[in-house]
Design a protein around this ligand. Structure first.
Ligand SMILES: [Fe+2]
Length: 157
């Protein structure tokens, strides 16, 4: 029988919280990246890209909160400092001076990185018997893969 994550024990809680804090950090950096590109994208595809980047940052903004509040639900500390997030995140910021094709590529890579981070968080949560974190991580991972596909489709001829 599975038990509430708050009773999983300190080792499991710490491991799952660490993985989730990584997810939050990368989601936050990707949120800013998407908003940066939403503002600064140029070219003939301005309209749809401006909208797609908005869709991404709105999705990610909500996800930051869901992931961070899951950390609280399992009784741990949600790291909320930008400096720490930037340091640990495998998704990196950009200056926003890229052309639209480079923006699409950078955002696609960011989504792929996030999908990988979320997938490994799901596996780790499963190892520790935390089914509900596993579920959240899987759902988020799938969303990132969907965005990665949408962006990838722009680069095909
Ligand atoms: Fe806007």
């Amino acid at each position: 029988m599975s038990q509430p994550a708050i009773d999983l024990g300190p080792t499991a809680q710490a491991a799952v919280a660490e993985a989730l804090n990584q997810c939050v950090a990368e989601t936050v950096v990707a949120t800013m990246l998407a908003q940066n590109f939403h503002w600064n994208v140029t070219g003939m595809s301005f309209g749809p890209l401006h909208e797609l980047f908005q869709k991404i940052y709105e999705d990610h903004f909500e996800a930051q909160d869901d992931l961070a509040e899951r950390i609280k639900a399992i009784g741990m500390h949600a790291e909320g400092q930008l400096a720490t997030m930037l340091e640990r995140s495998k998704v990196k910021e950009a200056d926003g001076h890229q052309d639209h094709r480079e923006m699409i590529e950078l955002m696609m890579r960011a989504q792929e990185t996030l999908a990988a981070t979320l997938a490994s968080t799901g596996s780790l949560a499963a190892e520790h018997g935390d089914t509900l974190t596993e579920d959240l991580a899987i759902e988020r991972g799938r969303t990132h893969e969907k965005f990665a596909w949408m962006l990838r489709a722009h680069l095909k001829h």
